[in-house]
Design a binder for this molecule. Structure first.
Ligand code: NDP
Length: 289
């Protein structure tokens, strides 16, 4: 396949290398031209302009820093008119669902089909089995080019709405930051008592979090059904003492990460849901002012 890659930062370079390794004919362009040198040495073709790269690619991968600049590249530098006619733009630049929907319309205006992508990996993971990439947008384009996209990671198609990939990408990152936040508080508690954080993490925290991950599908089913009655650990019991807050203060550790979660749990109990489990706090979040 002829694939063009626009944007050769850490991620764009990893994507282009994966395409080369899969045997595709790869044309690369980067605003700072010298950043393409390594890839050219490894077999990529250098394009002198965005228009030249786009002309060479049946699939055009765009991987730069923000959507506004993607619009400039495609509308002002790709050759104008119907420069994208017959081509598929796969934009893996991070953005919002609204930006993705607007970009799909702009690409259609230039004659092309559009897929938005959310890369669930760091550059070093590209081409490795634990990585996956979310796609949404043109079903036909995904069906035609999945074989090419599979060079990056496991490809997951989320439907025709171009906004689905960025929404799910951000939801996954929010889950990750929640876990990182929990880790930070746990590590601060252990450190405040002089304990070795590494030993605590590998010996206790990781096995505990793995076990707790097992509870998430049942909680998700409660959220989908709106029936929060099927719990073993009720919320009233969980908020009866703010032990985590109290011990944190006693240890000189800020509870600023945990306090908002505890406040939500208390609000849920105050609303008459003390006999239900944790999953119901999602109802409080859905009522955001
Ligand atoms: P880098 O900072 O390594 O590279 C940024 C790239 O964007 C460079 O090629 C840069 O060109 C280009 N660029 C910036 N502004 C413009 C512009 N106005 N016109 C043309 N090109 C421009 O970032 P990454 O490669 O890490 O990230 C790229 C995208 O991938 C981002 O949207 C990021 O969110 C996403 N991503 C990154 C992950 C990661 O772990 N790195 C993980 C998942 C997604 P130049 O060399 O000329 O400066």
């Amino acid at each position: 396949m002829n694939v063009a890659v626009l944007g050769l930062g850490a991620m764009g370079t990893a994507l282009a290398d994966a395409l080369l390794a899969a045997g595709h004919r790869v044309t690369v362009w980067n605003r700072t031209a010298a950043r393409a040198d390594g890839l050219v040495g490894r077999g990529a073709r250098r394009a002198g302009s965005v228009a030249e790269a786009v002309a060479e690619g049946d699939v055009v991968i765009v991987c730069i820093l923000d959507y506004a600049d993607v619009g400039v590249l495609l509308e002002e530098q790709a050759g104008g008119g119907e420069a994208l006619r017959g081509r598929v733009v796969v934009n893996v630049t991070n953005g919002s669902p609204e930006e993705a929907r607007a970009m799909a319309k702009r690409v259609a205006g230039l004659g092309g089909a559009y897929l938005d992508g959310g890369i669930m990996a760091v550059p070093e993971m590209i081409g490795r089995p634990e990585a996956f990439v979310l796609y949404s947008g043109s079903r036909a384009a995904f069906a035609t080019y999945q074989g090419v996209l599979d060079a990056f990671a496991r490809s997951v198609y989320l439907g025709e709405d171009p906004g689905a990939a960025p929404l799910n990408d951000l939801a996954l990152l929010s889950g990750m930051y929640g876990m990182f936040g929990g880790f930070a508080h746990a590590a601060a508690l252990v450190r405040s008592a002089g304990g070795p954080v590494e030993e605590f993490t590998t010996g206790l925290l990781v096995p505990w979090l793995r076990a707790m991950c097992g509870a998430l599908p049942a909680m998700a089913a409660e959220i989908d059904s709106g029936d929060y009655g099927a719990t073993g650990s009720n919320l009233a019991m969980q908020v009866s003492h703010d032990s985590i807050g109290a011990v944190s203060h006693a240890q000189g550790v800020s509870d600023e990460l945990f306090a908002p979660v505890f406040a939500l749990m208390r609000r849920r109990v105050a609303g008459g849901h003390g006999d239900e489990g944790f999953a119901g706090v999602v109802e409080e979040l859905l009522r955001a002012p």
